[in-house]
Ligand binder design. Structure first.
Ligand SMILES: [Fe+2]
Ligand SMILES: [Fe+2]
Length: 264
């Protein structure tokens, strides 16, 4: 077993611009930071909503170990059979039983190391789901019987919900990293019990519009309740948003957390 693991967590990849920046930057980052395990949130990769089997495969080919999701994970019908078959494509764990797919997994690495990933969805200003706090904590305890390195993608709108959850599970997992708002926060920290926390890792895609949508379309949505003729994505100012974690394998504690935002 290695003493420490280097983890790269990349935030919501949005549409074609997001894939373009991922293709450009990810392989180099995996080498530069000697990444042992990479997870990417892919709930918006297919035109801004959902994920296709082809794009999931491409992410895996680029070196992504696990693709996590959120409220858009189940948007495309074609992905449902893949979700049933592929433990490395996760949707939030706290969906009602009977929902296709997996919400958590344990993954074997080289040298007998293992990493567990748990995907959760918040309930404040989000569609109704089971309680992420209670179900999440129980699942985390189960996962930690396989490995001390347990990573959480907490997909939620409200800062306080994400922060409260991280403090609730401090010491039971290695990191609680937020996704969904598409805006990177500058609050990365390691809590007293050794759990790393960051409210939102941010978006991978075009930053020239409004959280990935093109400006005109986003304004239209607020003025008239619905999207314009076609929900189009922003195209300029490409950036990859991510966080780097160094985790002690014996204890599962995070030793170092570093926020990244890079342009091709
Ligand atoms: Fe998203
Ligand atoms: Fe989302």
């Amino acid at each position: 077993m290695q003493d420490t693991l280097n983890i790269l967590f990349v935030g919501d990849v949005v549409g074609k611009p997001g894939m373009e920046v991922l293709r450009h930057l990810l392989p180099g980052l995996l080498l530069k930071f000697r990444i042992d395990f990479c997870l990417v949130n892919g709930e918006n990769v297919d035109g801004g909503k959902g994920i296709s089997p082809k794009l999931f495969e491409e992410m895996r080919t680029l070196g992504v170990d696990v693709v996590t999701g959120g409220n858009h994970s189940l948007y495309r019908d074609k992905i449902l059979p893949v979700m049933e078959e592929s433990p490395s494509l996760l949707r939030p764990f706290n969906y009602p039983s009977g929902t296709p797919g997996y919400g958590s997994g344990v993954f074997d690495l080289k040298l007998r190391d293992r990493v567990a990933v748990l995907n959760l969805q918040g309930r404040a200003f989000m569609p109704l789901t089971d309680c992420p706090f209670q179900t999440g904590r129980e699942e985390m305890k189960r996962l930690s019987t396989y490995t001390k390195t347990v990573l959480v993608d907490f997909h939620a709108e409200a800062t306080a919900e994400k922060m409260a959850f991280a403090r609730y599970v401090d010491g039971l997992c290695s990191a609680v990293i937020g996704t969904h708002t598409h805006v990177q926060t500058a609050d990365e920290m390691i809590l007293p019990g050794g759990t790393a926390y960051m409210t939102d890792v941010g978006m991978t895609g075009a930053h020239s519009g409004v959280i990935g949508l093109d400006t005109e379309n986003a304004i239209h949505r607020f003025l008239y309740v619905r999207h314009g003729k076609q929900a189009t994505l922003a195209k300029e100012d490409l950036r990859l948003s991510a966080v780097l974690l160094e985790i002690e394998t014996q204890t599962g504690r995070t030793l170092r957390i570093e926020r990244l935002q890079l342009s091709p």
